[in-house]
Design a protein around this ligand. Structure first.
Ligand code: HEC
Length: 184
């Protein structure tokens, strides 16, 4: 009887030791990526202005995301309804999450991150990116008001199809998506 109970409990305890909880890990991974990114951005803007800092976003941002993701055994991406880089355009899953985040913001409620479980058992964690720092407006705000003409010109040269301007503080800019592998 005792042995039977042990066997019955084993799969559960083995699972709970190795299983990862996206709702717990997700925010930590994002905080780490965000801290690295804003650190690099703030430093470079201070030294060479927003135009000089464009490369931090175009080159360092994807690199930082890759490094943080590799350290945690996940994949990490930023996606948005108004992409600067067309690679970051939201897919159907991301669009649904963005709509939920926007609906919450419209009601003046904090948008809640989502955990999605796929058919193969892998999971995704999606968390809102709300523009909270005036620094962001230097490249995502209103042209002529927040974005200097030479910065705008440099952005348009790198991203001829840019849709990522006209944002205000408190607007939804996009989301982070972390893909967790299926746990065994
Ligand atoms: C120096 C200019 C600059 C500043 C300041 C800046 N960004 Fe960006 N942002 C960019 C560029 C360039 C890209 C395109 C990156 C790429 O090619 O992947 C981008 C892309 C993004 C994306 C990915 C979606 C997309 O449109 O491609 C998000 C999300 C984002 N920025 C949020 C922010 C936030 C939040 C801040 C403030 C903390 C910020 N940005 C500040 C230039 C900037």
């Amino acid at each position: 009887m005792k042995r039977l109970l042990l066997i019955a409990l084993l799969p559960f305890s083995a699972y709970s030791q190795t299983a990862r909880d996206p709702a717990v890990e997700g925010p930590k991974i994002i905080a780490e990526a965000f801290a690295k990114l804003s650190g690099a951005l703030g430093e470079t803007i201070g030294k060479s202005g927003p135009t000089g800092a464009l490369s931090v976003c175009s080159e360092n941002a994807p690199q930082i995301a890759k490094e943080v993701a590799a350290a945690h055994g996940v994949t990490l991406r930023r996606a948005t309804h108004k992409p600067r880089n067309p690679k970051n355009a939201a897919d159907e899953v991301e669009k649904a999450a963005l709509e939920a985040f926007m609906a919450a913001l419209a009601k003046k409620e904090p948008p809640k991150p989502q955990v999605i479980t796929n058919a193969d058992g892998s999971r995704a964690f999606l968390a809102p990116i709300v523009l909270g720092n005036p620094l962001c407006l230097q490249c995502h705000g209103t042209p002529g008001k927040d974005i200097a003409p030479e910065t705008l010109a440099a952005i348009q040269k790198l991203y001829p199809d840019d849709k990522a301007t006209g944002f205000q503080l408190g607007d939804l800019r996009g989301l982070w998506r972390i893909a967790f592998p299926a746990s065994k």
